[in-house]
Design a protein around this ligand. Sequence first.
Ligand code: F6R
Length: 248
Amino acid sequence: MRILVCKDYESMSKKAAQIILSQVTLKPNSVLGLATGSTPIGMYKNLVDMYKNGVVDFSDIITFNLDEYYKLPITNDQSYHYFMQENLFNHININPANIHIPNGMADNIEKECEEYENSIKDAGGIDIQILGIGRNAHIGFNEPTTSFEKGTHLVDLTPSTIEANARFFKSEDEVPKKAITMGTGSIFKARKIVMLACGEDKADAIYNTVYGKITPKIPASILQLHDDVVLILDEAAASKLSPSDYLN
Ligand code: F6R
């Protein structure tokens, strides 16, 4: 696990965008695993700027998002479909046919999950997966539990995640209680993983990800076993780590 500590959110976002830029430059038809939430917004801004400045061409990329709320229409401005259009897809030259986000409105959720896994496989697997992290160390919406889930599945959100996400809704009652998420197994299969975290409220989760016991109770701890993981942190999120473990 490589750990890059940046002085602030802006430099974290820039570094993450540079990693995607180099991935897409080296392999224009890269399969990108994407995340939503507040953390990657700055990275997406940087990518949009790079595109507008002619630095990168996204016409051949294929994307898979980690997750989507269950039974929240995609026209709802809190859906992850909406988020991705607003923050990235509307502003770059991605081919809409190459965008994949779980369909939380599907009638047959089991079939939807199976098909999502198959589409990732058919695309050749994920080259680079961007992750945020929950305060409870969830990745995607894989919440702390007793076993690692392999594939895309429907999940009950924990009270701590519902509370954390309430800031985006009018009230906590409006936050969906379930979501479809890629499993820890689907995430782990990505060839490269880039996790972003900022702010002091992520410091414990990052500490546990780096030094904790590998257990589904700390979902991100499984990343310790992956061959190619980079954590890009701001100083606050890195505040509980030993500086001797940093790359810079
Ligand atoms: C979002 C996702 C979640 C978030 C996590 C952190 O697609 O998969 O795991 O990355 O909840 O969210 P923020 O960035 O809002 O703190």
